[in-house]
Design a protein around this ligand. Sequence first.
Ligand code: GLA
Length: 730
Amino acid sequence: MIVLDRENRIFTLHTLNTTYQMKADQYNVLLHTYYGSRIDGCDLSVLIQCNDRSFTPNPNEAGSNRNYSLDVMPQEYSTCGVGDFRLPSVELELKNGSHTVDLRYKGFRLEKGKCPSEGLPGFYGSEDEVETLVIVLKDAAAQVETELYYSIFENYDLITRAVRVVNQGTDEIRLYQCASLCLDFLRDDMDLLTFNARHLMERCPDRGPLRPGILSVGSVRGISSHQHNPFVILCDHDADEDKGMCYGAMLLYSGNFEAAVECSQFENSRLVMGIHPYHFCWTLEPGQAFTAPEAAMVCSPDGFGQMSRQYHRAVREHLLRDPYHGRQKPVLVNNWEATYFDFNADRLIDIAREAAALGIGLFVMDDGWFGSRNDDNSGLGDWQVNLEKLPGGLEDLALHIKDLGMKFGIWMEPEMVNEDSHLYRAHPDWVLHVPGRAPSRGRGQLVLDFSRKDVRDYIYEQMKAILSGADISYLKWDMNRSLTDVWSAGLSARRQGEVYHRYVLGVYDLLERLRHDYPHILIEGCCGGGGRFDGGMLYYTPQIWCSDDTDAIDRLRIQYGTSFCYPACTVGAHVSAVPNEQNGRVTPLNTRGITAMSGAFGYEMDLGRCTMEEKNEIRRQVKNYKIHYDLLHYGDYYRLSSPYQDSVYTAWEQVSPDQREALVNVVFGCAGTAPLFCTLRLKGLDPALQYQVDGTDSFYSGKALMNAGYPLPSVQGDYPALQIYLRAAG
Ligand code: GLA
């Protein structure tokens, strides 16, 4: 709900449990007055106190009033060069060389529904579901107008933000920064949580208190990256899963980004998040506009758990565009770890046949089916089937798979090219490269210049020929390196600062074309696993291969971190063989199944090499997954313990929205001799209901399970796991 106090120019955005407020003051400065637990009917600008502080300049129109300074007051969208020395949200250069930006309130408008931002991903919603407030700020001297968009997804406690800068002058301007979100707090006694690490170990949470100066994470790799996720949380020092104020900030963007938090001299803090200013410079001709990517905030007064569940619901219902919406996705089998590049049609059909017999419904052929692709040094860019490996072509293979009662999917890496390819030999100038420099390789490959439409058009034609030439219902869109040598032959020297962003827009453009032309194809995003696991990609690819690390115990950590923002149904997760390909660890098949099942589930192993006992176990897992599909994908997710803190076990739980069903998952650590008995306290149940455990004669009340706990059985061996199904009696 948006509440307007026109007289006092106060804008209050209410969600179910939270309130966000801004006020245009006597000098038309848009102040941020409050964000937190819901408060109705208050002008919260009373919280802002000013007095004369030295070295904090006063705007000219404040006259002799030395109490008024932009450097002290919480700003809604921070400027630069006029007295606020904290992190700017926007920086631009005028023809006269000035970098000063001074935005003042000009007006507002209300829109029903969500304003679409052309070419960029965003949460969507109907006019009944969403309302949008647009606040217009203007820098009169620079002739620059800035529109701040706020869309309210009330039931999800979610507010999306976007920013549009318009050049209303007669000269070009150069935009060096245009943040998507600026969030000022009248406090700095908070922790910052970020999600970091590296390839094969993505989204590990890191938590620490704010401190004087700037803390920041980001990426200048051209992808959102394995190293830092474009999602951060600010929270109370004592916030945990169930209590404390938490502010989540998610950027729907798949390229260079920065999330920076500054603690100021007056113990206030500011979060600024958006496209990374590194090598960003966008030229706006008179009349032109630039739109910054969307950011989505969830504030939870009740800890991380509630914040995550609100994000999960909002992502599932208002961000994903899933061809399987309302239907079960098939369990898949992928041949990558089973064969790598070494396969032919017979080998693939054998794997598919085994899989079909176990109830698996989708066969995905990974890398190696095209061009001269027998290892990762050649072939990328040549999207023609390798007839030596697949003599009957894709069509014939797809028919064989269909005969087995399965759907068929393929792997592609459209953004890349190997030097050893027909495409590169024909168009060496199509790769990102700086004139006079030989470009760096990554995994032996170069990056196609997706900022160029002609390059994208060519690749799209190749993709269409493949996707239309056989019965294909799934595409794994991979991307296996960071961007370097970022320079485009398609842009003038003055516009080279646009290449990184235009590249991302190019990726989105092609994905959108695919979605439009092949709405039935489920696209899985991938970037060496989870290098582009972000809200931007999820708009186009409703699931993303979460990590190239398929070890179940490492996955507990990766999936735990991922779950802070992203729902389980988006997390591509496969059972693979042991010893694990990445780290050599041996874990029970049951553990691998339970871990992967809390995601978009599949297998990535040579099923033909499984024993009869293992096959029976896989059959049981697939059946179980199908039975509990709704709980696993749409249930409310509760983290019951942290794999970073608890070495005895890691536990998590899915609860149906009506609280009548729950699935409790527990994975134990290494075998311990004479272990202690553990009880696991559950969450999210109805205290008044009696729950039957796994169809047995054991009944526990919700109240008992949540307060006293469930007695975990003692287990033997390394990494055993259990899954307990609870169903309300009656
Ligand atoms: C990336 C992906 C893997 C696999 C390989 C194929 O590493 O993350 O899942 O598809 O590429 O080359």
